[in-house]
Unconditional design. Structure first.
Length: 201
């Protein structure tokens, strides 16, 4: 049996309503605020990344095939979230309208969890995108020094990052198994392309 998690309801019921009367004037209020934050974190820790069965049944065939080797509900949820993030990198013509602006489909997905939490399902997303990357690479000419590639390494320098994006006409996918790969690069002078990431979003 699957469980649908409504994060909006959780934040309203367990955090916002409880902190309405908090004032920063006294230490007791600060302690009460910290207790509310701890309670909220505990609730999020106990949640699983699970979608309703009807969501999986209505997915496109390519995503349903990707789910075939996965039986654990949490792994299936991780796969679907990762797939949505990865596929958004290859949908440049898909946009929505929000706050009087056209918004592109590109998403930032970061999966964090302990061992056995289902993160391993992301390897199937990587395999799915590998074939698309091979096709994109085949569009480059042999004599080209910098060839088109869907994947952009997280440890790229800022110059290389922007050069790859330029070669790909503004499209690319950064897919790493460890978040540290990107975090460490952004701390360096040569690899600080965080402004480009924010502009992409």
């Amino acid at each position: 049996m699957t469980k649908v998690v409504n994060f909006a309801d959780i934040s309203k019921k367990s955090f916002l309503t409880e902190t309405k009367s908090i004032t920063p004037a006294s230490l007791s209020d600060d302690l009460r605020k910290n207790e509310n934050l701890i309670k909220m974190n505990q609730q999020f820790d106990n949640l699983q990344t699970v979608f309703d069965d009807s969501t999986y049944k209505n997915l496109p065939a390519i995503l349903q095939r990707g789910l075939e080797p996965l039986t654990d509900n949490n792994e299936r949820g991780v796969f679907l979230m990762g797939a949505l993030g990865a596929i958004s990198a290859i949908l440049p013509s898909v946009t929505g309208f929000y706050a009087d602006s056209d918004i592109a489909a590109n998403l930032f997905i970061y999966v964090h969890g302990e061992a056995g939490s289902g993160k391993g399902a992301l390897k199937y997303v990587n395999r799915m995108m590998f074939h698309i990357n091979e096709y994109i690479k085949s569009q480059s000419l042999e004599e080209e020094i910098i060839k088109k590639s869907l994947f952009i390494p997280a440890n790229s320098s800022a110059a290389a990052f922007n050069e790859i994006l330029c070669k790909n006409e503004g499209k690319g996918l950064m897919f790493e198994t460890e978040g540290d790969s990107l975090a460490d690069t952004l701390k360096t002078d040569f690899g600080n392309f965080s402004a480009s990431l924010r502009m992409a979003f």
